[in-house]
Design a protein around this ligand. Structure first.
Ligand code: SF4
Length: 320
């Protein structure tokens, strides 16, 4: 185990090391649906899901409707979303290079031709250096991964698998529509392609999970030594099933201090080489019901740093 320069391996540090310039993600809504929303797996979606809460800075303002397996409704041409995202990131963050992030819904949920046509949009932009594809672990197969692998010749390529928890009882409770075993299978298939990097999304504070349950998820990810992790605190978006649970008193979100405490412990079980792409949430104020502290992202990050420093803890400290 080694101690990182920072107490956890920040994505910004990783990007500086690999690209040497300021790199920023440009988010894309490619118009895909999700099998957990379109009726294939379920029509309810995950209990916390409302993709409006995740889109930033280019928001889909059009109504997404009636999509079925692989049918795409483009909110806005992908090329203009990328162009607009690049201009915004150049202006706001002084970014020089960009990661095309296919973020909204399930970005491998279509036939190979449609996927290729979609991803190929990035080739129109010289300053894109990486591609990141967000998806579900039960929505990849060998053909899709072969296609994604072809982009590794010209780009750094990440695939982001939503896992949230390794516990099938939790996955059932939050209506994920897949099992932990689906995630393990996706990881195994992806790892056969050496150049695709894997990032996993996890949530701290899921209903009915104990601290031990959450740390078991961290430990499992530490053992898998995947390339990146996004850690989110569970928050309640208006209009979701989670809002109902919250209002009837059967779900209580974590307080800031509880989250900070758990996030620090979570980091300790991860491999020191796993890049932490995210450790808090982004949710527009108008969509958020609770907890309020989610909105103060800087404070959450500072509290995590403070706790790590004060207690002399660091990512990987407990990773075997
Ligand atoms: S897998 Fe993602 S897009 Fe689909 S319902 Fe769950 S959170 Fe929403």
């Amino acid at each position: 185990m080694k101690e990182q320069k920072s107490r956890y391996y920040k994505f910004s540090e990783y990007l500086r090391k690999y690209f040497g310039v300021r790199v920023h993600k440009v988010t894309i809504d490619a118009g895909f649906s999700c099998p957990n929303k379109d009726g294939t797996k379920s029509s309810q979606g995950c209990i916390y899901c409302d993709n409006r809460g995740f889109s930033y800075p280019v928001r889909n303002t059009h109504q997404r409707q009636g999509t079925s397996n692989g049918t795409r409704i483009l909110p806005k041409p992908i090329e203009s979303q990328i162009k607009q995202g690049i201009e915004f990131a150049r202006r706001r963050f002084k970014a020089e290079k960009f990661i095309a992030y296919f973020q909204a819904y399930t970005n491998t949920y279509a036939g190979i031709d449609v996927l290729k046509q979609t991803y190929d949009n990035v080739r129109k932009f010289d300053d894109i250096v990486a591609i990141s594809i967000g998806t579900r672990p039960d929505c990849v197969d060998e053909d899709i991964l072969d296609l994604i692998q072809t982009y590794t010749r010209d780009y750094e390529v990440w695939i982001e698998y939503g896992l949230q928890s390794i516990h099938n009882k939790t996955l059932k409770l939050i209506n994920r529509g897949h099992l932990y075993e689906d995630f393990l299978k996706a990881i195994e298939m992806t790892k056969k392609r050496q150049h695709i990097k894997i990032c996993s999304h996890v949530i701290i504070g899921l209903p009915d999970e104990s601290k031990e349950d959450m740390l078991k998820t961290a430990k499992a990810l530490g053992e898998l030594k995947i390339n990146g992790v996004k850690i989110h605190p569970l928050h309640i978006i208006k209009g979701t099933k989670l809002e109902e649970l919250y209002k009837e008193g059967s779900y209580k979100p974590l307080g800031l201090d509880e989250y900070v405490h758990l996030a620090v412990e979570f980091l300790e079980f991860l491999s020191p080489d796993t890049v932490i792409q995210r450790i808090t949430a982004d949710c527009p104020r108008e969509f958020l019901l609770a907890p309020e502290w989610i909105l103060d992202k800087n404070r959450v990050l500072q509290e995590i740093e403070k706790r790590l420093l004060k207690e002399k803890r660091f990512q990987g400290r407990l990773c075997s």
